[in-house]
Ligand binder design. Structure first.
Ligand SMILES: [Zn+2]
Length: 144
C-alpha cells in the first residue's frame, strides 16, 4: 500500500469537505435579499488579545496588558474601528467543515439553504490557507 504524502492527504481533505465555489450565487442571493449579510457569522473578526506583555495601543497610545495582534489596538479601539472581514470567495462546504471554520473565526453562512465559507484569501490553492491547514492538522493530530 502506498503511503500518501501530507500534501496528498490535505488535497483529498479539501476535495472531500469543500464542494464548489459559489461566489456569484451568494452575491446574487444578497442582491435579491433571499438572505443577507446579517446571516454571516464572524463577519467581524474578534479581538484576539494576542500581543502579550505591556504594550502601547497603536490608536490611543495608552499602555495595555494585551492588544490585538493584527492591528496593535486595545480592545475598545479595536471595537470602535473594526471593519467587516473582506470576503473574496464563497465556497459551499460540508456542515462539519462549516462548524470548524466558525470556531476558527472565519466568516460562515449556515442556514436552511446550506453552509458556505467566506474565504478571506484568494489567488492560492485552498490547501495553502492557514485556517485549512490548521483544521487539517488538528484533525490528523499532527503538531506543527
Ligand atoms: Zn486604544
Amino acid at each position: 500500500m502506498n503511503e500518501q504524502t501530507t500534501e496528498q492527504q490535505i488535497d483529498s481533505f479539501v476535495f472531500r469537505e469543500i464542494y464548489a465555489c459559489q461566489t456569484g450565487l451568494i452575491e446574487e442571493v444578497f442582491k435579491q435579499q433571499i438572505f443577507t449579510v446579517d446571516d454571516v457569522y464572524n463577519l467581524y473578526r474578534e479581538f484576539d488579545g494576542q500581543l502579550p506583555s505591556v504594550n502601547t495601543c497603536a490608536e490611543c497610545q495608552i499602555a495595555f496588558s494585551c492588544l490585538d495582534s493584527e492591528t496593535g489596538e486595545c480592545e475598545s479601539c479595536f471595537e470602535a474601528n473594526q471593519m467587516p472581514q473582506e470576503i473574496f470567495e464563497w465556497w459551499l462546504v460540508s456542515p462539519w467543515l462549516g462548524k470548524k471554520l466558525l470556531l476558527e473565526g472565519e466568516p460562515v453562512i449556515d442556514n436552511g439553504y446550506g453552509t458556505w465559507w467566506g474565504r478571506t484569501t484568494t489567488g492560492q490553492a485552498i490547501s495553502l490557507d492557514d485556517v485549512i491547514e490548521k483544521i487539517f492538522t488538528d484533525l490528523m493530530g499532527y503538531t506543527k
